[in-house]
Design a binder for this molecule. Sequence first.
Ligand SMILES: Nc1nc2c(ncn2[C@@H]2O[C@H](COP(=O)(O)OP(=O)(O)OP(=O)(O)O)[C@@H](O)[C@H]2O)c(=O)[nH]1
Ligand SMILES: [Mg+2]
Length: 249
Amino acid sequence: MATAPYNYSYIFKYIIIGDMGVGKSCLLHQFTEKKFMADCPHTIGVEFGTRIIEVSGQKIKLQIWDTAGQERFRAVTRSYYRGAAGALMVYDITRRSTYNHLSSWLTDARNLTNPNTVIILIGNKADLEAQRDVTYEEAKQFAEENGLLFLEASAKTGENVEDAFLEAAKKIYQNIQDGSLDLNAAESGVQHKPSAPQGGRLTSEPQPQREGSASDLCSTAPFPTFHLCLLEAALLAASLSSVHLLGFN
Ligand SMILES: Nc1nc2c(ncn2[C@@H]2O[C@H](COP(=O)(O)OP(=O)(O)OP(=O)(O)O)[C@@H](O)[C@H]2O)c(=O)[nH]1
Ligand SMILES: [Mg+2]
């Protein structure tokens, strides 16, 4: 039976990490829903969102895992780093402690992802200039010293939120193009979804999935555990919004 091609060519897995309350979930929400959540509850475990973007004419589906910043969830959230193509490492420009903890987040990111994982440092809450506690220059220097992309952003105003996700995607795509990211390598965090030729048949590919469908999730997340996939399936089947809460206690 002939099937329609995928409406995207690649899937990139992202994680968002950083201290509690720096605005990780708000950044994800702003990116996927274009809205600011003023009263966002702390994330319990991980949340998930997707959006299709375009880089160099290629449609890319970002599969984004937003982790809880609270220390008590660290063991759970660490298991989500594996197979990430991109990592957004977020601090709050108004709280120096969140900046001081970056080296610990970076150590985890380096140890638990692969050497090709693109890490972008995001100084969030750039709208709160009067309360600034970390200068742009020092964060830029930290990023340069550690080979990270860097942007200041505001999940509230939306400033640089698109760019945060897009810049990382551009770099990942560039790594694919120049051959430095091997798509066949285990845990590259990237999945290629070749489109069917005109009028052709997709014989070796799985059936195309509805955007954000449960089986897509389970087959593409490099390692969600079985119980997570079941939970995701239940949530997605219930047609919840594009951000899903995966509860852990
Ligand atoms: N002014 C301002 N407030 C923000 C911004 N981003 C997030 N906030 C607020 O900061 C608080 C924490 O945001 P969250 O997105 O829940 O933070 P988080 O990093 O996901 O926190 P955990 O889930 O606990 O790790 C919320 O009250 C948000 O409304 C921003 O860009 N500007
Ligand atoms: Mg959160």
